[in-house]
Each structure stands twice: as structure tokens, then as C-alpha cells.
Design a protein around this ligand. Sequence first.
Ligand SMILES: Nc1ncnc2c1ncn2[C@@H]1O[C@H](COP(=O)(O)O)[C@@H](OP(=O)(O)O)[C@H]1O
Ligand SMILES: [Mg+2]
Length: 275
Amino acid sequence: MTTSSLPILDRDLQSGDLTLKLAEIAEEAARLILPFWRSGTAVETKSDDSPVTQADRAAEALILERLAALYPGVQMVAEEAVAADGAPTQTDDWFWLIDPLDGTRGFVRGGEAFTVNIALIHEGYPVAGVVTAPASETTWRSDRPGGGALRRQYGAVHEGEAHAGAEWRPIAVRDRPQEGVALLSHSITDEEATRLAARHGCTHWQGTDSSLKFCLIAEGRFDAYPRTGPTSEWDTAAGQAVLEAAGGRVLAEDGQRFRYGKPRFLNGPFVAIGG
Ligand SMILES: Nc1ncnc2c1ncn2[C@@H]1O[C@H](COP(=O)(O)O)[C@@H](OP(=O)(O)O)[C@H]1O
Ligand SMILES: [Mg+2]
């Protein structure tokens, strides 16, 4: 592997330019995905029983091409490539985790909660991440390390109409209110959701697909996202980077910071929490 682009990658990470460039890529992928949404696009079932569409594949191909052009030689671990070719058995110090379309089930149902996710892992932890929600034309990103988290609504930028929402605005987690609200996957029962929410000090909960859950906690609208069922590392890494930058935390069952590069890139249980 060539490591020649690592100095440039690290320079861009430290300046915050990295996630600005990643946001452009994720938004380009989002524009590619959107025409497939609510279009009755064909759905195939992967070996793990999860759905995949042409939108997932087209978006992943675009992201891989853009990343390889910007930072050649950095290892890329992406959902559809792993589904097709298997997972790499080793990870480098630096690697990308890419989920071109998270929340595919919701996407296929015509729901709005689906996202494009790009994260950079360094020595086992997400150090930069970008999440884009194509349906609402919104992007969340971590800024330079220690620089917080930001959100923008990008649609108007490309229609050529300057409007306030198109600016990057800082976001932050909220202090836990008396009646906290948890976000949970639709993949669990109502009983399980109520129990999980209560375990993490929340009196209410709401079901939401995809990594959008991390972003909604990062911007201070919700309080926790506990997950006991399986996810893959590309489902959570970018959301974790955004949430941590906004002042939140993602913890494994042992209370330690949630880490990456695990066997087959499979996540165990975790909880994402705001303030
Ligand atoms: N058995 C399993 N193993 C690994 N990941 C799983 C899984 N069941 C669900 N997931 C992951 O959970 C994600 C959906 O989470 P949520 O329910 O919060 O929307 C899916 O992302 P994709 O839609 O990208 O496939 C999928 O990767
Ligand atoms: Mg996913």
C-alpha cells in the first residue's frame, strides 16, 4: 500500500478541510440516490437477508472513486464491497468506513430516514465523520479535532439561491431534560424499546431508521440511542464521529469508548448519549 497521501490526509483532518471535502462527496452521492427514492426501484436481498438496491451500489462506487482520487492508498472498508468480496482480515492504522445508504429498509418503504455515511478511523477510533440525509438535503460533520460539530442544508447552494440554512452552523448535544427521549431502531418490539429507553434514563422513545439517530442527538433534539441488536461498523462510525464532536459519547457495554476494526466489522451492543 502506498502511504504517500497520509500527510495530506492528516493536514486536511487538522484544518477541518477533510470533512468539508467528505461532505461534498456525500452530497454528490445523495444526489445520485434521490432519483431512486419512491421510484419503485428493484430490491435484492443480500446473503445476510438485508436489502440492497441500485442506489446503494451507485453511491458506493462514486464515494470509493472520489476518496481514492483525493487520498490514494488509504484502506477503504465499504458495505457493498464487503458484501460482494468479503471483509478484509486486517485493518491499517488509518482506514475509511463507508455506508453508501444506511437505513435501506426505510428507504425502500419510502421513509425519509436514510443516510450516506463516511468515517475516517485512526488507531481504532472515528476521528472524522460525515452523515448526509438525502431526503432533507441535510449534512452533519465533525469539524477539525476539538472543533465541534456542524450542520448545513445543502440544497439551496446548488440551486444557486444563497439562504441562511446553507451555511454550516454549529450543533451541540443538550443537557438531559427531566423527561428524556430515546431514539431506537424499528427492528425491535415496543416492549424492548420501552425497557431500553428506561434503562438509559429516558421516559419516552421514538423509532427512527439509520444513523440519523446519532445526528438528532448531536443537534440536541434527543437524548440517547441504545442498541442491543447487531449493526456493522459502517452503520455507526460516521454518526459516532459527529456525536462525539457535538459533545456526546458512544459507549460499549463495558463503559469504554466504542471502537473499530473488530472481527468482520461487526458491532456489539452500544449506547449513544447526548449531554
Ligand atoms: N444481522 C445484522 N448484522 C449486521 N448488521 C445488521 C443486522 N441487522 C441489521 N443490521 C444493520 O442495521 C442497519 C439498520 O439499522 P436501523 O434499524 O437503525 O435503521 C442496517 O444498515 P443498512 O440499511 O445500511 O443495511 C444493517 O447494516
Ligand atoms: Mg447501514
